[in-house]
Structures are given as C-alpha cells and as structure tokens.
Ligand binder design. Structure first.
Ligand code: TYD
Ligand code: MG
Length: 456
C-alpha cells in the first residue's frame, strides 16, 4: 500500500499536497508540516459502524415546513453551565470545552455526567477507569447511569455509543482520539479534523449531544487549528489562575445563544462549586482602612462584578523604577500613569508601581480604569479611600472619564452589595437617571476631579 502524506498549516489547518512557505489561506509563514495520512477513496462511503441502526434523512425542505422543536434543551442542573450554554444543552449539538492543563476540564464534565442523573457515556483517553473513579469519589455524587469507557479509537467509541444510546457523550480529550482511517499521530491536525468531523456527524445523526475536551496551547488557542472551532456548535473556555480557586467558564462561540455569558466556579476539595454571587467573594470583608485600594464596578460578560484593585506606589530604591501589573494590562497601566503625571501633576517617575487585581482574575473591561487611577493616587498620597465607595469609568488620554456600557446594571449590583457612593462618568445623554438605585451616584468629568472629590 502506498503511504500517502500531506502538508497541513499549524495555524488554520489548510491542506496542501506539497510544502509551501506561506499559507495561502491564512497568510502565516512557515506553518506547514508533513503528516502521514491514508485516505479512503471517498469519505462519504466510509463504514462508520455506528450508522447501522440510524437512518439518515436527506431531503430538501421548505423552512416553513420544518416542524418546530419544543423543549430541545436539556437542563444540566448546573446554573452556571446552563447560563453559558444559553439555557441548557441543545440535543445533537457538539460542544468544545477548552482550557489549560489542570484547570479542571475533566472535573467539570465528570461532575456534569454525575449530577445530571441521565444516561451518560464518559470516554477518556487520558485517564484509567480507576482514576476516573477516584475523581468521582472526590466529587461525591453518584449516578447509576454514568458509564465510563477508556478508548481512543473514534470508530469504536461511536459504535459503542450508538449501541448504548446515552443521553450525552463526553470525550476527554479530542487530542487523544485516533481515526482508523488516518495514519498520523494522535493530536495531529489531520487526526483532530477527521475525528471531530466524525463526532459531529454522530451528534447530528443520533441527536445525542457531544461534549469534547480540548487542550490549549501556550499561545492560548485550542491546540489544533481554528478549524476545530468552526466545526463545533459551541466553544467554551475554562480559565483561571491555578493558584486561586476561581474558574471562569466563558462562551467563545455559541450557535444557540449569547457569547456574552460567563459562569463562575470555585474549585473545592469536592470538585467545582457554582459561585452565584462572585462580588461578595472578591471583596475583602474586613473594614480596616488601607491606602492603595479601590473597588471597581466591572462587568465580565454580562455579569456585573465588583472587584478590588490594589496599588502599591513606593520610592524606587534601585535605578530604574519598576512597573508591574497582575490581572491588568501593563501598557494600560503605563498609559494611566502618564495621564496622571500630565493631567494631575502627580509624579510617578521615581516611584515603583505595582498593581494587582484581587482574586487572580484577569479583567479586560476598560471600566476599571477609574478604580485603578484612584488606587494609584491613594497609594501615592497615602490617603485611604472610604469603604462603601466604588468606581466605573474609562480614562482617556486627555484625562477625561468616559461612560461605560451597562452602567445601570453596575449601579444596581453596587447598591445590592451595600455600597453607598458610586463614581461614574458624566452620562452621554441627560435622559440617564440613576436616582432610584438605592445608591448615591456622582459623576466625574476628568481625572483631576478625583483629587477634589475623593481625596479632598
Ligand atoms: P482536572 O479536571 O484534572 O483538570 P484538566 O482536565 O483541565 O487537566 O483538574 C485538575 C485540578 O483540580 C487538580 O490540580 C486537582 C484539582 N481538584 C480539586 O481541587 N478538587 C477536586 O475535587 C478535584 C476533582 C480536582
Ligand atoms: Mg483532564
């Protein structure tokens, strides 16, 4: 038999019969590498094994004639997961769960398999049955309908799955799967592409939802090409800092719902726990007055989240002053410092500046600028900010405070958590009225106003 090989782009998964320097589809240089594949004549004629007891209907229909489906979503009994999926699992959908090693992907899905109290097949190519059992014991829920299968051959997996007919199929992980029709190593682009395509066909034909775990590369993308993300219906990303208990489940793509939702968990000794009121956990409970700390009314996805920003500004002992930021963009910190120097006449030039977002959470929402700036001034001048005050506003280069999105929601959350005063930007229109929020809302136009308003 002739060995057939092909070249694949590491970045986008495009295929080429010969090596090329620049990928014609994504434009990246030097991303092509060779993989040995062995293709059947036409992929449509493949014997999938699992297809024997399912009938595939191929017919063109008028959209108006397609019967409406009611109640197609399965409740996962996990509020956070339901939220990111847009209200539950859509039958026949394929859901990719990405995340760095050790973040808790296997735990999340095993916990789902155990708590959903339906027939679930959990396939693992990474762990032995005993290891899965140990994890299940740790989670401490038992589901008599949860089956485990340690296998990597995708045809065998789907054949067994078609016989078992579970309500849900979980694959841990796509990088371990191998298709018998392809000769390259597990985790290679051609394997991932073929196996995912086969899983997708399975999901669509049998209407069984399939969860697929995928690892993330150092660069942050799901290992294997972007192509994987195109095939699946939903892409969820599980992220967080290993040194903290918080985990955020983010929707990157959802064919059946919004991509603005996030789920928040904390990793306990008994698996993952839903966090319904994240702000309460992220704010330090004690009432001591410390300089260099300010609370931001931020937004993660669609959820308001009050978090503490902490700054430490101290005279630089060694030559060049240091700037360091955890959970916040370092360049943005430099920009805010420059704005403070220029607009408020504050001198940070000979100071070390450290900035930290409490709880190990990474925030990209620009609305925390105002709290960051306040924390910086507070630390520099060693004047504390009164507790029960929070901030939401973006700081522009001219030192102007800009309005941020969904301000009503942020104000409401701050009021709910017992904050008394909230500083925001001047609203764009006069119609905005914050009076009934149960919290005093004050507006600021420029960063200099902070000095007279907050640090007076
Ligand atoms: P795991 O689900 O194996 O991560 P992934 O599949 O994403 O690689 O979870 C790994 C971490 O979770 C591990 O370091 C131990 C921790 N963990 C807990 O803290 N509590 C628990 O109940 C479980 C099951 C795991
Ligand atoms: Mg795992």
């Amino acid at each position: 038999m002739k060995v057939k090989s092909s070249f694949f782009c590491n970045n986008c998964g495009a295929e080429s019969p010969k090596w090329i320097g620049k990928c014609p589809s994504c434009g990246e240089w030097n991303t092509y590498h060779e993989e040995v594949i062995e293709k059947q004549s036409t992929s449509l004629e493949k014997d999938f094994g699992w297809k024997k007891n399912t009938k595939e209907k191929v017919a063109i229909k008028k959209l108006t004639e397609v019967a409406p489906v009611s109640n197609i979503r399965t409740d996962t009994l996990d509020g956070e997961l339901n939220r990111v999926l847009g209200g539950g699992i859509v039958s026949g959908s394929i859901i990719l769960v990405g995340g760095q090693p050790g973040i808790g992907k296997s735990t999340l899905l095993l916990q789902l398999a155990l708590s959903v109290q339906k027939k679930v097949l959990y396939v693992s190519g990474e762990e032995s049955e005993e290891q899965i059992k140990m994890r299940a014991d740790r989670i401490g829920i038992s589901n008599p309908g949860c089956y485990v299968f340690t296998e990597v051959n995708v045809s065998r997996i789907l054949k067994e799955a078609a016989t078992l007919e579970p309500d849900m199929l979980i694959i841990d992980s796509v990088q371990t799967l191998v298709s018998p029709y392809i000769d390259s190593a597990p985790g290679s682009i051609s394997q991932i592409r073929e196996c995912t395509a086969e899983l997708q066909r399975f999901a669509k034909v049998t209407n069984i939802p399939v969860f697929v775990i995928g690892h993330i590369t150092k660069e942050g993308g799901i290992a294997g090409p972007k192509l994987l993300e195109h095939i699946v219906d939903v892409v969820l990303q599980f992220e967080g800092d290993q040194h903290y208990a918080y985990r955020i489940l983010r929707t990157l793509k959802n064919r059946f719902g919004s991509t603005d939702e996030i789920g928040i968990y904390s990793m306990d000794i008994q698996g993952l726990r839903e966090v319904r009121n994240p702000s309460e956990l992220l704010l330090s409970p004690d009432d001591t007055y410390l300089s260099g700390s300010a609370v931001a009314a931020s937004l993660e996805g669609l959820r308001p989240l009050l978090i503490e920003t902490q700054a430490l500004v101290s005279p630089a002992v060694y030559g060049t002053p240091q700037r360091s930021a955890t959970g916040f963009d370092l360049r943005r910190l430099s920009m805010l410092l420059a704005v403070l120097e220029k607009r408020c006449g504050l001198n940070f030039g000979n100071q070390d500046v450290f900035l930290n977002i409490a709880g190990g959470i990474k925030i990209s929402d620009p609305s925390i600028d105002l709290a960051v700036v306040t924390a910086l001034i507070s630390s520099l001048q060693d004047i504390y900010v009164r507790k029960k005050i929070c901030f939401a506003g973006e700081v522009g280069l001219a030192g102007e405070i800009r309005p941020v999105s969904r301000i009503e929601q942020r104000i409401q959350e701050a009021g709910r958590l017992g904050f008394e005063v909230m500083y925001v930007a001047k609203p764009r229109s006069d119609r905005m009225n914050y009076s009934n929020a149960g919290i005093e809302v004050r507006t600021l136009a420029k960063v200099d106003d902070l000095l007279s308003e907050v640090f007076a």
